[in-house]
Design a protein around this ligand. Structure first.
Ligand SMILES: NC(=O)c1ccc[n+]([C@@H]2O[C@H](COP(=O)([O-])OP(=O)(O)OC[C@H]3O[C@@H](n4cnc5c(N)ncnc54)[C@H](OP(=O)(O)O)[C@@H]3O)[C@@H](O)[C@H]2O)c1
Length: 296
């Protein structure tokens, strides 16, 4: 299969490229090679020249707070451009695997969101991602595979885990929001799932994938500290305290509870998530190896 990975410079994109099975021809396009803020003809011309059989769209406007100030740009990258990709796939018999987010939900549920739970995004980022899903479904129906995920982090990426490592390396005290609950997801675990999806051409519709278990941001910070110390990435005492969301205001409102129900995914794709703490340990080990090699 010729598989085009769009957004190859992002944290998920890099994990996809790093784990691409040799059975496929993986063509990786970062923003410099395929900018989703271009007009649709320019995007289509690049797809024509690449002629992929499968597109994995890992590109997105992910700056959740900045999207409140620039909703049109977020909408272009997260909705209009995925619509262009989907229409190209429909016209050329190609498959689209599109990545979406827990932020399409309002976080008011008391139990995990199923793939068909009603969407009600709270902010501009979530609205743009939901609109992106709609455009993809409009063009391809259930032939497109939309994978919603949450709380994504990976070695070398811009993410919460690495921010915690940095803060814990210099501060005596770190306070973290404890009343937002979700499921941390390692880029490598998500990449594994997406490559597995490439081998299942019949899989379509909307699926959820996060690592197993749930956590608050505070729980995740404590785990980063404990695992980071065990691996020798952190060597000082840090007091980690819980914060309430109201005490840490941000421009965009986040869902308070955004656990995704992933139970259908192993049935469809034949892969089950591992506990987030196991994945976190692996990410931190990779982070340590990169730091040692001077790549961090
Ligand atoms: N991060 C999370 O916590 C999270 C949670 C739920 C779902 N997701 C979804 O997971 C997917 C992967 O996210 P990620 O965590 O890997 O995000 P990321 O690290 O921010 O990567 C996104 C990539 O998209 C690229 N991009 C942005 N604007 C673009 C444009 N106009 N044209 C082409 N590329 C553009 C970015 O390029 P630059 O590096 O040049 O900006 C970046 O390489 C996205 O669909 C995201 O919505 C993420």
């Amino acid at each position: 299969m010729k598989v085009l990975v769009i957004g190859a410079g992002g944290q998920l994109g890099r994990a996809l490229v790093a784990t691409a099975p040799t059975a496929h021809t993986c063509v990786a396009l970062g923003r410099e090679a395929l900018d989703l803020e271009q007009d649709s003809d320019s995007i289509t011309a690049i797809l024509d020249s690449q002629a992929p059989e499968v597109i994995i769209n890992a590109a997105a406007w992910t700056a959740v707070d900045a999207a409140e100030d620039e909703p049109d740009r977020a909408m272009q990258v997260n909705a209009t451009a995925p619509g262009v990709l989907a229409r190209w796939c429909a016209a050329h018999g190609a498959r689209l695997i599109h990545v979406s987010t827990d932020f399409v939900f309002d976080g008011e549920a008391g139990r995990p969101y199923a793939p068909d739970s009603p969407a009600r995004p709270l902010g501009a980022y979530g609205r743009s991602k939901w609109e992106g899903e709609c455009r993809v479904r409009e063009a391809l129906g259930d032939k497109a595979l939309i994978v919603r995920t949450a709380w994504v982090y990976g070695a070398g990426g811009r993410n919460f885990v690495r921010t915690m490592l940095r803060l814990m390396g210099t501060r005596d005290e770190v306070n973290v929001v404890a009343d937002q609950v979700g499921a941390p997801t390692h880029t490598r675990s998500l990449a594994r799932l997406l490559w597995q999806a490439v081998t299942k051409p019949e899989a379509g519709g909307t699926l959820h994938w996060t690592d197993a278990g749930v956590a608050s941001w505070f729980d995740l910070a404590v785990a980063v500290y404990e695992e980071g110390r065990a691996l020798g990435l952190l060597d000082r005492d840090v007091a980690i305290g819980p914060l309430r969301t109201v005490d840490y205001p941000t421009p965009a409102t986040r869902p308070a509870y955004s656990v995704l129900d992933t139970t259908a995914t192993p049935r469809v794709l034949g892969l089950a998530p591992r506990h987030w703490r196991v994945e976190l340990r692996e990410m931190l080990a990779e982070e340590g190896a990169m730091a040692e090699a001077g790549h961090a």
